[in-house]
Design a protein around this ligand. Sequence first.
Ligand SMILES: *[C@@H]1O[C@H](CO)[C@@H](O)[C@H](O)[C@H]1NC(C)=O
Ligand SMILES: *[C@@H]1O[C@H](CO)[C@@H](O)[C@H](O)[C@H]1NC(C)=O
Ligand SMILES: *[C@@H]1O[C@H](CO)[C@@H](O)[C@H](O)[C@H]1NC(C)=O
Length: 441
Amino acid sequence: MIQTAAVPVKPLFIVLVATLSLLLLVSLLSPHTPLPQSSSVSLSEKVDIWSVKRMVEWRPCEWWLQGHLTALPAKSNGYIRVDCYGGLNQMRRDLCDGVGVARLLNATLVLPKFEVAAYWNESSGFADVFDVDYFIHQMNGFVKVVKELPSEIASREPVHVDCSKRKGHFDYIESVLPSLLKHHYIAITPAMSQRRDRYPKYAKAALCQACYSALRLTRSLEKKASDLLEAIPKPFLSLHLRFEPDMVAYSQCEYSGLSAVSMNAIEAARGDKKPWTGELAQIWRKRGKCPLTPNETAFMLQALHIPKTTNIYLAAGDGVMELEGLASVYKNIITKSAILSGDDFASMHGNTKAALDYYVSINSDSYIATYFGNMDKMVAAIRAFKGLYKTLFLSRRAFADLTSKGLEGEELMQALWKAHMDDFVMGIGSALPDCFCEFKL
Ligand SMILES: *[C@@H]1O[C@H](CO)[C@@H](O)[C@H](O)[C@H]1NC(C)=O
Ligand SMILES: *[C@@H]1O[C@H](CO)[C@@H](O)[C@H](O)[C@H]1NC(C)=O
Ligand SMILES: *[C@@H]1O[C@H](CO)[C@@H](O)[C@H](O)[C@H]1NC(C)=O
């Protein structure tokens, strides 16, 4: 620069540059000189995890986006209704799988049934949550969908073919097609582990389209959700925090240092699931089986250099325990209950709240989850679909592994930073490989 500068350079400037270069050289030549603790912290705090350069990005696969180019079969093999159970995001997962199956079997899809879930204690059908006409429109060319059945079969219930408990090499053509051909109208609940890799591409494409491109909340629900989104201060992080009594009880993990209230709530939810103890508890924890506490979550957010002033929307159920562990560090926590009016909130269905969390999370600046559940997988994929890549899953395994080695404080933070940075750079967890393909940046 200096040599090529057209204007004569002032001697004082040269001296300054030379001095600075010398200082730089000295610091480069002595990399083992320990920097004062405070300066290394403030240096590293300048970049948060999102500023790290990514090398891999997951984008919708070509065969999905072009899947509708394969002509639908001239003749349908019959009608299929997909019956979905569980929480909102699990029902949605079942729906996607069912749509794939319907296309695989050259069937016509009837609107799915979203079952009254014991977990939610409510009834909220598909049409209460999702926009039916939009769904039908978006599936055009991928699979045939009808609102109404032909009169000759409309009067009867479909024959149930329950595949939900089937595992491993489950072949729908072999096991389900005969029932479809015989009864003309069947209801299925898809198997949890199916051999999607063996599907023809057009069936996979139908699944992807249904899952990630055909579901839009109903108008009234979307209005509620966008009002909520609007009320949240920007920019913001949506944090899916899972530390509810039933979840902790189910995990069979033991925690020390929780309040008596939390301990009692966990104990009450345990049933016959007793926590592991001793060495087994150690092994279990190291396998990443134990939910992160809000306190541990706050620690990990700091390790990722997420500033303590960050606006954090809590995408979580009402029962999260020990929230002070997070709120004492991150002061700008925003909850649904604080924003929505009391009466409205109190009368709101569980599925409705889940839908709001989902909507906010696919529109937030960044998304971090302490778990890798149905909602997290769905949110991550939709974010990738929309080109939003500030998405990360906190690694329970890394946390357990590093703490078991005795790491703590700054040392632990740096090791956690490293572990998550590697995930972020490679796009790990940012989308499922079912419908998204790796794209090297
Ligand atoms: C579905 O139709 C395609 C042709 O469009 C055919 O190749 C395939 O074998 C059919 N599958 C079933 C299960 O009927
Ligand atoms: C379900 O809701 C009804 C009415 O809202 C209530 O009476 C009942 O106790 C609830 N059941 C459970 C298991 O929460
Ligand atoms: C949270 O964990 C830290 C250690 O990381 C500990 O010093 C602190 O007391 C804990 N706070 C709460 C509220 O449990």
